[in-house]
Design a protein around this ligand. Structure first.
Ligand SMILES: [Zn+2]
Length: 215
């Protein structure tokens, strides 16, 4: 049997190679997953209904306990009472692919929309879902107030303009993806990140700051 020792040697080499392979798989550093893990997928629900493009994919990793930090706000649709408000913040949108993260305040087209608080106009933005929209910051630059589906801006409204609480900034409409038969103001609040980007923030429920009471 001249080939026997060679065959046995081959078996040992094979077994050793197998063992090395197993050890390598078990103990080799896993660089690949580590490289990808830091990317935390932006929650789909983070985006407030309207802006599809540059709208809030909430950045803040820390869940905000923010109710206390949002001041009592003026109800932004003239003639609507706090008792008329319905809390639709947690409603699903797009087959529950995301949350509403705002409240809808229904009113006839052309009803004046009022600033909920003092603060500058950060951005006047036209988006496919939100239509004619306004992003206003609060005076401290910590919160963004988002008004969407407007029919029009108030005459002369400009980015950077400091707005007083109660000033007319626009008019209720159904621009963007709103049902034309159900004009309403889509109103949202975001806690801004350190970069103060008007399109990014952590959504906060406006219902209680607007005086809403759960029945
Ligand atoms: Zn809405």
């Amino acid at each position: 049997m001249p080939d026997r020792p060679a065959r046995r040697w081959g078996v040992w080499v094979g077994a050793a190679a197998f063992a090395v392979g197993v050890l390598w798989v078990l103990f080799s550093p896993r660089t690949e997953p580590a490289a990808t893990t830091p990317t935390v997928p932006a929650p789909a629900v983070a985006t407030p209904e309207p802006p599809s493009s540059p709208l809030p994919a909430p950045v803040s990793a820390t869940a905000p306990t923010l109710a206390a930090q949002v001041p009592a706000l003026l109800l932004p649709v003239q003639g609507v009472l706090a008792s008329d408000l319905r809390d639709t913040f947690a409603d699903g949108r797009d087959n529950n692919q995301r949350g509403h993260e705002a409240i809808d305040i229904h009113a006839p087209r052309g009803t004046p929309v009022l600033a909920v608080d003092d603060g500058p106009i950060a951005k006047l933005f036209l988006s496919k879902p939100g239509g004619i929209t306004i992003y206003q910051f609060d005076a401290k630059g910590q919160l963004a107030y988002y008004y969407a589906h407007l029919d029009a801006y108030a005459a002369g409204l400009k980015e950077g303009q400091h707005i007083r609480r109660g000033s007319v900034i626009g008019y209720v409409g159904a621009s963007g993806n709103a049902n034309p038969d159900a004009p309403h103001l889509h109103f949202a609040i975001f806690q801004l990140g350190p970069e103060k980007q008007w399109w990014k923030g952590t959504p906060l429920n406006p219902f209680e700051p607007l005086g809403g009471k759960t029945p």
